[in-house]
Design a protein around this ligand. Structure first.
Ligand code: FAD
Length: 469
């Protein structure tokens, strides 16, 4: 009797506990991806990235003599229909920790169990499942550092190898065509540009991990804040779709640490930020939708998406170079450097007094590494409304930050074409990616700041001081 393996954000063969177990069982395995409401609700860039990820994963399975079956519809209906046509008695999957997936999975699990099906979920998306990390009082962590101390020396099992083979069923159920799903359509003109920056799949992830460990981890601690240097692992998009396991990365980091590579411990700490984000999303799901600290509900956030200023922020024409360079980097590559994420977030929520949810949603649409937990934590951290957040009164000065972290003006030149006599392709490609309706051209005069560094700081601080925070 075949096992249906329901794939979601775990598009890999290597270190895939559930799939490994399914292969080991000796049963035939039917890998299935369901395009459900959660897939349809993805933003434009994550949806494009998913298309590439599914393509790469299907090839990986084909190399093993298996296949990826694609189906659309409510998961329970789709799975029941597949059970009927294939005679499967088991449906297995890797656990997810965001509230929408949890709700869906619980519903599917209990219904399938009522049908007498062996419905089973496995770990794999995280190093430490949220309920396995507790404070001394049995609660959850609201602050990162104690969570780091609680987990840093934990034994993490070695990553599993790829299953040596995946037995095919006697008859493969029909599959839909990935191309027909149109996952890249919402990106419009941007899809072609962003696609040139995407190298999806497990093999590409492994290669990035290898390159990072051999040449970048040493200088990671000092260089990771420099958006002008390619100094970080760039693994987030792979982690987001599960093309590589966090456990695989953790062990590579541990090895580098043992070899005395300087930045290794810092890198491991960053991986635990991802764990912390999921820990919080699991224990306080409202982190993705509401101010984590409720008193921030009274703050005079602006949130009119039609406002000129908000459009300027999204379109990378605030006149604040660091902000605009970063917003353009994101539009062209689907990624944004971490320091830049903090700067654009700070400018939006403080200088522009705009609700962090406006930024969260725009990122959700534009990032190929979009992740429900890290995005929510990142925005609430930047805005000051979250747990363990940057205090609101600490306002980044985007001009000083640019001087400090882009000392040779490389980042600026890479992304801002206006004012350069021969701008590089990166800066020009922005104009090929954005909608024509934005009416922007490389020959425009670069705008004056919509809010200057000092003016914004004063406005933010006085809005803050007038409240009882
Ligand atoms: P590296 O520096 O190489 O770090 C290794 C890994 O550690 C990353 O791949 C990531 O999984 C994890 N990590 C690093 N920094 C953080 C962090 N601050 N929070 C959580 N995990 C972290 N990350 C996402 O993956 N998806 C998002 O949607 C996302 N949105 C963000 C929004 C804001 C406003 C901010 C401030 C940060 C956001 N981050 C998000 C976190 C961080 O910016 C990215 O994880 C990082 O830039 C990815 O680059 P990298 O893989 O080269 O990271």
């Amino acid at each position: 009797k075949p096992i249906i393996y329901w794939l979601r954000r775990d598009l890999r063969l290597s270190d895939h506990p559930g799939l490994f177990e399914a292969a080991k069982s000796g049963s035939s395995v039917i890998p299935v991806f369901v395009r459900d409401a959660l897939v349809d609700s993805l933003g434009a860039a994550p949806s494009l990235r998913l298309e590439k990820g599914l393509e790469a994963f299907a090839h990986l399975l084909e190399d093993k003599g298996s296949r990826l079956v694609l189906r659309s519809g409510p998961p329970l209906e789709v799975l029941r229909e597949l059970i009927q046509t294939t005679g499967a008695e088991a449906v297995w999957w890797t656990r997810a920790y965001d509230p929408d997936s949890i709700e869906r999975d619980q519903r599917v699990k209990s219904s399938l169990k009522e049908d007498g099906i062996d419905a089973r979920s496995f770990p794999g998306h995280l190093l430490f499942e949220p309920w396995t990390v507790e404070t001394k009082d049995g609660g959850y962590y609201k602050v990162y550092s104690p969570m780091w101390r609680a987990v840093k020396d934990r034994e993490v099992a070695d990553p599993l190898p790829e299953p040596s083979s995946l037995r095919s069923p006697e008859h493969w159920p029909e599959s839909e065509n990935l191309g027909d799903w149109g996952l890249s359509v919402a990106m419009k003109r941007g899809a072609e540009v962003v696609s040139t920056y995407i190298d999806a799949g497990q093999h590409a992830a492994e290669a990035r991990l290898g390159a990072f460990m051999s040449s970048k981890v040493e200088g990671y601690k000092t260089n990771r804040d420099r958006p002008d240097i390619d100094a970080t692992s760039n693994l987030s998009e792979y982690l987001s779709l599960g093309e590589i396991s966090p456990r695989r990365i953790w062990h590579a980091g541990l090895r580098a640490k043992k070899q005395g590579k300087e930045g290794a411990e810092h890198f491991l700490k960053e991986l635990v930020w991802r764990e912390f984000a999921y820990h919080l999303l699991y224990h306080t799901p409202q982190i993705a939708t509401r101010n984590w600290r409720e008193k921030w509900d009274a703050f005079p956030w602006k949130d009119d998406e039609r406002a000129k200023e908000i459009k300027a922020w999204k379109q990378g024409r605030t006149g604040m170079v660091f902000v605009d360079a970063a917003m353009r980097e994101m539009y062209v590559t689907g990624r944004m450097h971490n320091r830049a994420r903090m700067i654009v977030g700070s400018y939006l929520t403080k200088h522009m007094l705009t609700h962090w949810k406006v930024g969260l949603k725009w990122f959700e649409d534009c990032l190929i590494d979009w992740d429900p937990a890290s995005n929510a934590l990142g925005w609430q951290w930047v805005a000051g409304s979250g747990p363990d957040a940057a205090p609101y009164f600490r306002v980044f000065n985007p001009e000083k930050q640019l001087e400090q972290y882009d000392p040779d003006k490389k980042y600026r030149r890479r992304w801002i074409a206006e004012g350069q006599s021969s701008p590089p392709d990166t800066a020009l490609s922005y104009f090929n990616a954005i909608p024509i309706s934005w009416g922007m051209s490389a020959d425009d005069t670069y705008p004056d700041p919509i809010v200057t560094a000092e003016e914004g700081r004063d406005k933010a601080l006085s809005a803050y001081e007038n409240r009882d925070f």
